[in-house]
Ligand binder design. Structure first.
Ligand SMILES: Cc1cc2nc3c(=O)[nH]c(=O)nc-3n(C[C@H](O)[C@H](O)[C@H](O)COP(=O)(O)OP(=O)(O)OC[C@H]3O[C@@H](n4cnc5c(N)ncnc54)[C@H](O)[C@@H]3O)c2cc1C
Length: 474
């Protein structure tokens, strides 16, 4: 009997497993593939995800494997400088190969004690009042108290749950791969610049010493079960750039679409959905992996609280209440970006207008903060603007604020030195620090770093502690 079975060991599943292990939850991750993906796609980790990694002490490790880039020009690839005053101590973007970030997250989950079984596909499940019986493709049956589908856009768990996945199907497809080319770099550069202005996305970029990363619109929406061939790339390069650049010796070939869909529900009883299993959208702005990892940080401590027995009754349902609107907003911004990248005269006129508007620093910053997810504010009711937002990393007397959140517990940061976490101190840490760079007397942070309360009154604080952390001990 496990506490939680997670279907899928992608970035979302691995992150969730680690978050649950911080609270000693017995976790089993079932991954259908026998080997990790070899697909060397570079993904962007945005500010909020970098902050979350810092909050769990993982950032240094991850930074060694990625390349930092300025956090500008992210929205619809409109080239603009980094806006002034970005509200993060990690105000950059990290490009990192997806298999590397997946490996690091998986290693972290294993170090914390998660069990991961590869070559095990979830094929069915049944839930009852006490738990979920999960059936694997080979007929083996396993039992857990909860099941979380982190099994990607074609999620078996979501389909078996019968949860609707409304939205738009793919309208365009894009070929993406790595291969060698047969012409000199200068010739490629001369051709690619002009073509990339008209056809988006389109590029041939050197990747390593011999290999090029190639992205070109596909001829149409074909059978997605069939992998693309090198000949598909050649044909499309000829059709769009007038030459196939002598491409040969592919390392890998792939394609992706622009389907945009959002699960109607994130929870049905003891079964939940997270990451691409709950939402899919085009990769513009590089947000999907980030969104999934952030889902996992939102869900992990709540599910752990449910299992440990101290969760307030509605805590687990706040996962959907908070994360569904965030995904809705990401889907919308990718829809907007898709329009801005399409070649028609109308969208191009809107693009020119937005390009002008982005010269206003506020506009530029708002759009970057949206993509980087540091502008997210959950609805915790009336209160100061900081309430419901995540707290940026600041200096505190013991070092950095995020350094105090490694264990995934709540934190009461108190400048007044008068308050106490009292009967919640088994779930909430306390730091009295009159020098903390806060312009409010005291904040209560949830384990995901969001501000759950601001004030200086103990009774008011106790109410908030019960709302988020349940009944006090003893
Ligand atoms: C071209 C492209 C570029 C992208 N760039 C970025 C970017 O820059 N930044 C960004 O944030 N995102 C980016 N994304 C999106 C990102 O890759 C996905 O959002 C991310 O991989 C989702 O993670 P996940 O763990 O939710 O799902 P997945 O990565 O799909 O992982 C799901 C896992 O579940 C397993 N699985 C499936 N079915 C079962 C089953 N029945 N039983 C057990 N296991 C199962 C799968 O094998 C897989 O390992 C990009 C996507 C594309 C296509």
């Amino acid at each position: 009997m496990f506490d939680v079975i997670i279907a899928g060991c992608g970035p979302t599943g691995a992150t969730l497993a680690a978050e649950l292990r911080l609270h000693d939850v017995r976790v089993l991750v079932l991954e259908k593939e026998t080997e990790p993906a070899s697909f060397v796609r570079i993904v962007s980790l945005h500010m909020r995800s970098l902050e979350l990694m810092a909050m769990r002490g993982l950032l240094e490790r991850i930074l060694r494997h990625g390349r930092q880039r300025p956090a500008g020009g992210l929205f619809a690839a409109i080239p603009k400088p980094v806006p002034k005053g970005l509200d993060s101590a990690y105000a950059y973007l990290l490009g990192i190969p997806q298999p590397v970030i997946e490996r690091l997250l998986e290693e972290h989950a294993i170090e914390l004690g998660a069990q991961i079984r590869r070559g095990c596909a979830v094929a069915g499940f049944e839930q009852d009042d006490e738990g979920v019986t999960v059936e694997l493709a080979d007929g083996e049956r396993l039992r857990s108290r909860y099941l979380v589908g982190c099994d990607g856009g074609r999620s078996t768990v979501r389909k078996l749950l019968g949860v609707g996945f409304p939205g738009e199907p793919s309208r365009t497809e894009t070929l993406m791969g790595e291969m060698e080319v047969g012409v000199p770099q200068e010739e490629i550069a001369a051709r690619v610049a002009g073509v990339g202005e008209i056809h988006r996305p389109f590029w041939l970029r050197p990747f390593g010493t011999e290999v090029y990363s190639v992205v070109v619109p596909a001829a149409g929406v074909g059978d997605r079960a069939e992998p693309p061939t090198l000949e598909d790339f050649r044909q499309q390069l000829r059709a769009i750039a007038g030459t196939d650049f002598g491409v040969h010796s592919p390392r890998w070939l792939s394609r992706f679409g622009d389907a945009t869909r959002l699960a109607e529900r994130y929870r049905v009883g003891r079964v939940l959905l997270a990451g691409d299993a709950a939402h899919i959208h085009p990769p513009i702005g590089g947000q999907g992996l980030n969104l999934g990892v952030q889902d996992a940080f939102n869900l992990g401590w709540k599910l752990a609280a449910q299992i440990r027995g101290w969760a307030p009754e509605t805590l687990l349902d706040t996962y959907q209440a908070e994360r569904h609107p965030v995904a809705e907003d990401v889907l919308d911004n990718t829809r907007a970006q898709t329009e801005l990248l399409s070649p028609g005269p109308g969208p191009q006129a809107v693009r020119r207008l937005l390009t002008e508007l982005m010269d206003f620093d506020e506009v530029n910053r708002h759009l970057i903060e949206k993509i980087a997810a540091i502008g997210v504010r959950y609805d915790f009711g009336e209160g100061p603007d900081l309430l419901g937002r995540r707290m940026r990393d600041i200096d505190v007397k013991q070092g950095r604020l995020y350094g105090l959140l490694h264990r995934g517990r709540g934190l009461l940061l108190d400048r007044t030195e008068r308050l106490t976490a009292g009967g919640w101190s088994d779930r909430v840490d306390y730091l009295a620090d009159p020098t903390a760079a806060l312009d409010v007397p005291c904040v209560l942070l949830r384990p995901d770093g969001h501000v759950a309360w601001i004030g200086d009154d103990q009774q008011d604080l106790d109410e908030r502690l019960s709302r988020w952390f349940g009944e006090p001990a003893g």
